[in-house]
Design a protein around this ligand. Structure first.
Ligand code: SF4
Length: 688
């Protein structure tokens, strides 16, 4: 903005990095971002933005942006070469049709994208079901918040957080579990700090001494994988010491008898022993939550990315139910911090193997018939494969083509060696991307896609708020939105997806999806963001859910009696350390965007966090190289000594391809949802 040349135009849109969904104003000069400023009147960010949303935009004009389709003409060993859209579309259409005809539609797997808009996700699942004829469509919420969708639905009724973030303003106690908002959701992290400075009490439950732990009234440094024991222990204190809301439990909840029975096995000493903390610490945490008038729960992937992630969500939800802190006037409920910009929306739009848009189950004949009537084709009934199941099926030869939209699965998915094996086994791999990612490198055809700053549509943020995304820049070269690519491909295959514009796609979704019935581009442009469920044009959308009734089969919140089960992967003498993966402030996921910005000056490479006591014992100093070996492979990192990790535990991110963390991570996945156990990988450590 200090540049004296005039700004060409300014566009108001939604940040494409994390799930907070900050509203930003993008100031453009000569089709380049001159500056990004946060919007003061925006309900979520209220004039704030973080180092990613505000400054990490140079990737849009990076010299290695893909600007033409790429194709491999002579098999996998031949190079990817630029080609025309006509040739790329024809090759993909012909080969997909051939695989479908020869091996059946379920021989194709599609991974849609939490980075893409709702409208693109809606089209992706429609393309999979209506054009290819398969339910093999999934999105990366499978790898992060699938346990939230299942757990929150079972406890309360809807697959999303129970409240609007605005409700945090009324809280007098925040319990944060398995989330590090300061780095992963910085604007919410800042808001929590403001609330604490204004007097709210703070309980932090996390294996790492995160930034917010320094402000906490109680910090519970629970071992990775011990969440269920911790929450059961807290629940036991709430009941034993009389903090439960008996009237609420009698009139609005179910399952108390079973839970009380189970909790006989969870005296606080036992729960504390499993978690590796003092019983008094757990009791204090329970008392702070129990004595609060309006307690709030904020949680993240530290709860879900476990072998028993759904149990973690449900036992955490138990606390809000016991306290009557959900579905009541003034309550603050349970907020699940979604990682990616549109990971909520990708699932809301039905990019799931067992759900049509709005979490309408694919096995429901009435639901299928409604979609079939509108689409003019039959909708396959049998639930499709989840992401990790697609990889196994590809290795076994049952899936022959993988179609991947905007995800770098070869870098970000667990046990990435296995992912590469799956892609290598396929007859056809197609990728939509901004850059030649690790996945695009392995593809047969790559379509050049556009970023959130170049596309039109909507995202859903972590508190179920549907917000507009508007193009600020013209895409480079021949790059196209995923929306257009899917339309063109369907057309090349002799089908039509039938929604010429993103507004039309959301309108069609609203027609078929009761929870989105009142949401349209026109209304969002006129009135601003809307929470789903929003069942009619004249309804405002529900930020605070369940005031009248829970959306469960009996209208009651369902307490869950879930025993603690140990993590799927255990340390032993050969692999004595536990590796935890997570986020860093200035980078984002695979790093494909943030590594192409000046944020690299702040963090030019990844490091491995190691406790100084472990460093001293192994004679490893800050900056030394170490080889980390898991039961799958070994990766070399530079060490950062820090007491934010506990002795015996390690932490790193997966932002950098030259330190491929997910080559190490556990191949264990939760049976209920297929969510991988990213947070517990047994490893050994050796100075290099
Ligand atoms: Fe973007 Fe999240 Fe930062 Fe907001 S907090 S600016 S949504 S990355």
């Amino acid at each position: 903005l200090l540049d004296p040349r005039p700004i060409s135009w300014t566009t108001t849109t939604t940040c494409g990095y994390c799930g907070v969904g900050c509203t930003l104003r993008v100031h453009v000069r000569d089709n380049e971002v001159a500056a990004i400023t946060p919007v003061h009147a925006a309900p979520v960010n209220r004039g704030h933005a973080c180092v990613k949303g505000r400054f990490a935009h140079a990737f849009t004009r990076s010299r290695d942006r893909l600007t033409t389709p790429l194709i491999r003409r002579g098999g996998r060993k031949s190079p990817l070469e630029p080609t025309s859209w006509d040739e790329a579309l024809t090759v993909v259409a012909t080969r997909l049709a051939a695989i479908r005809d020869r091996h059946g539609p379920d021989a194709i797997g599609m991974i849609s994208s939490a980075r893409a808009t709702n409208e693109e996700n809606y089209l992706a699942q429609k393309f999979a079901r209506a054009v290819l004829g398969t339910n093999n469509v999934d999105n990366c919420s499978r790898l992060c918040h699938a346990p939230s969708a299942v757990g929150l639905t079972a406890s309360f009724g809807y697959a999303g957080g129970t409240n609007s973030v605005d409700d945090l303003d009324g809280t007098d106690c925040i319990l944060i579990a398995g989330a590090n908002p300061t780095e992963a959701h910085p604007v919410i992290g800042a808001r929590i700090k403001q609330l604490v400075l204004r007097g709210a009490r703070l309980v932090v439950i996390d294996p790492r001494r995160i930034d917010l732990a320094e402000m906490a009234d109680v910090y519970v440094q629970a071992k990775p994988g011990s969440n269920v024991a911790v929450f059961n222990g807290i629940a036991r204190v709430l009941l034993d010491e009389g903090y439960a809301d008996e009237e609420f439990l009698r009139t609005r909840a179910s399952g108390l008898a079973e839970l009380t029975d189970l909790l006989r096995d969870y005296p606080v000493d036992h729960a504390a022993r499993v978690a590796g903390v003092q019983p008094e610490t757990l009791t204090m945490a329970a008392r702070l939550y129990g004595t609060a008038r309006r307690p709030a729960i904020v949680y993240g992937l530290g709860i879900t990315e476990h072998a028993h992630g759904t149990d973690g969500v449900r036992t955490l939800a138990n606390l809000a139910i016991l306290k009557g802190a959900v579905g009541t006037p003034g309550c603050c409920g349970v907020l699940s911090m979604r990682g990616q910009n549109n990971v909520q929306g990708a699932s809301d739009m039905g990019a799931l193997p067992d759900m049509l848009p709005g979490y309408q189950h694919i096995t429901n004949a009435d639901v299928r018939a409604r979609f079939a009537r509108h689409w003019g084709v039959s909708v396959p009934e049998r639930p499709g494969l989840r992401i990790l199941e697609m990889f196994e099926a590809a290795i076994a030869g049952r899936v022959r083509a993988m179609y991947v939209i905007g995800e770098d699965i070869a870098q970000t998915d667990p046990d990435s060696g296995n992912v590469r094996k799956a892609l290598a086994a396929c007859d056809l791999v197609v990728s939509h991307d901004l850059f030649l990612s690790r996945t695009a490198h392995l593809a047969d055809v790559v379509f050049p896609a556009v970023s959130f700053l170049e596309k039109d549509g909507t995202f859903v943020n972590f508190d179920r708020r549907v917000q507009r995304v508007r193009p600020a820049l013209t895409p480079p070269g021949q790059a196209k939105p995923d929306f257009d690519i899917l339309q063109l491909l369907a057309h090349t295959m002799g089908a039509e997806l039938g929604c010429p514009t993103p507004a039309d796609a959301l309108a069609e979704c609203a027609t078929l999806t009761p929870t989105f019935a009142g949401i349209s581009h026109a209304r969002l442009d006129r009135d601003g963001p809307l929470h789903w469920p929003c069942r009619a044009e004249d309804q405002p959308g529900e930020g605070r859910l369940y005031l009248d009734s829970f959306a469960t089969h009996d209208g009651r919140a369902a307490l869950a009696a879930r025993p603690y089960l140990p993590p799927g992967e255990q340390p032993d003498a050969a692999f004595p350390y536990v590796l935890i993966t997570g986020r860093r402030l200035v980078h984002y996921n695979s790093g494909s965007m943030s590594r192409r910005t000046p944020n690299m000056e702040l963090r030019p490479r990844e490091v491995l966090d190691l406790h100084p006591d472990d460093g001293a014992r192994l004679r490893i100093a800050d900056g030394n190289l170490v080889e980390v070996t898991s039961r799958r492979t070994a990766v070399t990192f530079s060490v950062h000594l820090t007491d934010t990790v506990a002795p015996g535990q390690l932490f790193t991110s997966f932002n950098f391809p030259d330190t491929p963390t997910n080559a190490l991570t556990s191949d264990v996945a939760e049976t209920v949802t297929g969510c991988p156990e990213y947070k517990v990988t047994a490893v050994s450590l050796r100075p290099v």
